[in-house]
Design a protein around this ligand. Structure first.
Ligand code: SF4
Length: 171
Protein backbone atom coordinates (compact mmCIF):
# COMPACT_ATOMS: atom_id res chain seq x y z
CA UNK A 1 0.00 0.00 0.00
CA UNK A 2 1.09 3.56 -0.76
CA UNK A 3 0.71 6.51 1.63
CA UNK A 4 0.04 9.97 0.20
CA UNK A 5 -0.25 13.44 1.70
CA UNK A 6 -3.95 14.27 1.70
CA UNK A 7 -3.39 17.66 0.06
CA UNK A 8 -1.84 15.90 -2.97
CA UNK A 9 -5.06 13.90 -3.36
CA UNK A 10 -7.07 17.12 -3.57
CA UNK A 11 -8.26 17.53 0.00
CA UNK A 12 -8.37 21.15 1.13
CA UNK A 13 -6.26 20.63 4.23
CA UNK A 14 -3.32 22.99 3.67
CA UNK A 15 -2.70 25.80 6.14
CA UNK A 16 -4.20 28.27 3.66
CA UNK A 17 -7.30 26.16 3.06
CA UNK A 18 -6.16 24.95 -0.34
CA UNK A 19 -4.70 21.75 -1.71
CA UNK A 20 -1.79 20.62 -3.89
CA UNK A 21 -3.78 18.24 -6.10
CA UNK A 22 -1.89 15.86 -8.35
CA UNK A 23 -3.96 13.78 -10.74
CA UNK A 24 -1.77 10.73 -10.22
CA UNK A 25 -2.40 10.90 -6.47
CA UNK A 26 -6.16 11.17 -7.01
CA UNK A 27 -6.10 8.16 -9.33
CA UNK A 28 -4.10 6.04 -6.89
CA UNK A 29 -6.67 6.70 -4.18
CA UNK A 30 -9.59 6.05 -6.56
CA UNK A 31 -8.04 2.68 -7.45
CA UNK A 32 -7.61 1.73 -3.80
CA UNK A 33 -3.83 1.69 -4.13
CA UNK A 34 -3.15 4.54 -1.73
CA UNK A 35 -4.37 5.90 1.57
CA UNK A 36 -4.16 9.55 2.56
CA UNK A 37 -3.16 11.30 5.75
CA UNK A 38 -2.75 14.91 6.82
CA UNK A 39 -0.48 15.01 9.86
CA UNK A 40 -1.41 18.61 10.65
CA UNK A 41 -5.12 17.84 10.77
CA UNK A 42 -4.33 14.71 12.79
CA UNK A 43 -2.34 16.94 15.13
CA UNK A 44 -5.52 18.85 15.94
CA UNK A 45 -4.99 21.91 13.76
CA UNK A 46 -7.79 23.58 11.87
CA UNK A 47 -7.87 24.76 8.28
CA UNK A 48 -6.95 27.51 7.67
CA UNK A 49 -4.24 27.82 10.32
CA UNK A 50 -0.99 29.65 10.93
CA UNK A 51 1.95 28.13 9.09
CA UNK A 52 4.63 26.41 11.16
CA UNK A 53 8.33 25.77 10.57
CA UNK A 54 11.02 23.68 12.19
CA UNK A 55 13.54 25.68 14.21
CA UNK A 56 17.04 24.42 14.96
CA UNK A 57 17.17 21.53 12.53
CA UNK A 58 14.79 19.28 10.65
CA UNK A 59 12.27 16.56 11.47
CA UNK A 60 15.00 14.08 12.39
CA UNK A 61 16.21 16.57 14.99
CA UNK A 62 12.68 17.07 16.29
CA UNK A 63 12.44 13.29 16.86
CA UNK A 64 15.56 13.45 19.03
CA UNK A 65 14.55 16.61 20.90
CA UNK A 66 17.17 18.85 19.29
CA UNK A 67 14.74 20.99 17.29
CA UNK A 68 11.22 22.35 17.73
CA UNK A 69 8.25 23.21 15.55
CA UNK A 70 7.04 26.79 16.00
CA UNK A 71 4.05 28.43 14.37
CA UNK A 72 4.06 31.93 12.95
CA UNK A 73 2.68 33.32 16.21
CA UNK A 74 5.68 31.89 18.08
CA UNK A 75 3.78 29.04 19.73
CA UNK A 76 5.66 25.78 20.23
CA UNK A 77 3.59 23.10 18.49
CA UNK A 78 6.22 20.35 18.59
CA UNK A 79 4.12 17.98 20.70
CA UNK A 80 1.29 18.06 18.16
CA UNK A 81 3.63 17.27 15.28
CA UNK A 82 5.19 14.39 17.19
CA UNK A 83 1.80 12.95 18.18
CA UNK A 84 0.58 13.17 14.60
CA UNK A 85 3.73 11.51 13.27
CA UNK A 86 3.18 8.58 15.63
CA UNK A 87 -0.45 8.30 14.48
CA UNK A 88 0.60 8.28 10.84
CA UNK A 89 3.22 5.62 11.50
CA UNK A 90 0.63 3.44 13.23
CA UNK A 91 -1.78 3.83 10.30
CA UNK A 92 0.99 3.06 7.83
CA UNK A 93 2.01 -0.07 9.68
CA UNK A 94 -1.61 -1.20 10.06
CA UNK A 95 -2.08 -0.90 6.27
CA UNK A 96 1.20 -2.46 5.22
CA UNK A 97 2.53 0.77 3.73
CA UNK A 98 5.97 0.39 2.14
CA UNK A 99 6.30 3.75 0.38
CA UNK A 100 5.04 7.29 0.92
CA UNK A 101 4.75 10.25 -1.45
CA UNK A 102 4.59 13.40 0.65
CA UNK A 103 4.28 17.13 0.05
CA UNK A 104 7.66 18.76 -0.11
CA UNK A 105 8.68 21.59 2.27
CA UNK A 106 6.00 20.92 4.89
CA UNK A 107 7.24 20.72 8.52
CA UNK A 108 5.36 17.42 8.72
CA UNK A 109 5.55 15.97 5.21
CA UNK A 110 8.71 17.41 3.63
CA UNK A 111 11.07 14.71 2.42
CA UNK A 112 14.12 16.57 1.08
CA UNK A 113 13.43 20.25 1.83
CA UNK A 114 11.90 22.23 4.68
CA UNK A 115 11.72 25.94 5.50
CA UNK A 116 14.54 27.25 7.67
CA UNK A 117 12.51 28.31 10.71
CA UNK A 118 12.62 32.06 10.09
CA UNK A 119 9.39 32.35 8.04
CA UNK A 120 11.43 34.07 5.38
CA UNK A 121 10.75 31.65 2.53
CA UNK A 122 14.24 30.19 2.69
CA UNK A 123 14.46 26.44 2.29
CA UNK A 124 17.10 24.07 3.63
CA UNK A 125 17.77 20.37 3.09
CA UNK A 126 15.87 18.23 5.58
CA UNK A 127 12.75 16.25 6.35
CA UNK A 128 9.48 17.01 8.08
CA UNK A 129 8.62 15.29 11.36
CA UNK A 130 6.24 12.67 9.93
CA UNK A 131 8.50 11.92 6.98
CA UNK A 132 11.45 11.45 9.31
CA UNK A 133 9.56 9.02 11.54
CA UNK A 134 8.33 6.99 8.57
CA UNK A 135 11.85 6.83 7.12
CA UNK A 136 13.30 5.84 10.47
CA UNK A 137 10.88 2.91 10.50
CA UNK A 138 11.86 1.59 7.09
CA UNK A 139 9.24 3.20 4.86
CA UNK A 140 10.56 4.71 1.63
CA UNK A 141 9.68 8.40 1.47
CA UNK A 142 9.52 10.46 -1.73
CA UNK A 143 8.55 14.05 -2.36
CA UNK A 144 5.58 15.07 -4.49
CA UNK A 145 7.92 16.01 -7.33
CA UNK A 146 8.92 12.34 -7.40
CA UNK A 147 5.34 11.10 -7.81
CA UNK A 148 5.85 9.68 -11.28
CA UNK A 149 4.90 6.45 -13.02
CA UNK A 150 8.57 5.47 -13.08
CA UNK A 151 8.84 5.73 -9.31
CA UNK A 152 5.46 4.07 -8.73
CA UNK A 153 6.02 1.09 -11.02
CA UNK A 154 7.97 -1.05 -8.50
CA UNK A 155 5.06 -0.78 -6.05
CA UNK A 156 2.13 -1.53 -8.36
CA UNK A 157 0.71 -4.56 -10.17
CA UNK A 158 0.83 -4.45 -14.02
CA UNK A 159 -2.98 -4.20 -14.18
CA UNK A 160 -2.95 -1.14 -11.93
CA UNK A 161 -0.23 0.50 -14.03
CA UNK A 162 -2.42 -0.03 -17.08
CA UNK A 163 -5.43 1.49 -15.30
CA UNK A 164 -3.42 4.53 -14.22
CA UNK A 165 -2.64 5.19 -17.85
CA UNK A 166 -6.30 5.53 -18.80
CA UNK A 167 -8.29 8.74 -18.56
CA UNK A 168 -11.69 7.22 -17.89
CA UNK A 169 -11.44 6.69 -14.13
CA UNK A 170 -14.45 8.02 -12.27
CA UNK A 171 -12.64 10.72 -10.31
FE1 SF4 B 1 -1.34 18.09 5.61
FE2 SF4 B 1 1.11 17.24 4.89
FE3 SF4 B 1 -0.45 18.44 3.08
FE4 SF4 B 1 0.60 19.85 5.12
S1 SF4 B 1 1.72 18.86 3.46
S2 SF4 B 1 -1.52 19.94 4.37
S3 SF4 B 1 0.57 18.32 6.77
S4 SF4 B 1 -0.88 16.49 4.10
Amino acid sequence: MILISACLAGFNVRYDGGNARRELAVKLVALGQAITVCPEIMGGFQTPRRPAEICGGDGKDVLTGRATVINQAGVDVTARYLAAARQVLQIAQDHGVTVAFLKQKSPACGTHLVYDGHFSGNKVPGMGVTAALLARNGIEVYGDEELTMANLTPYLAPETIKQLGTNNLAI
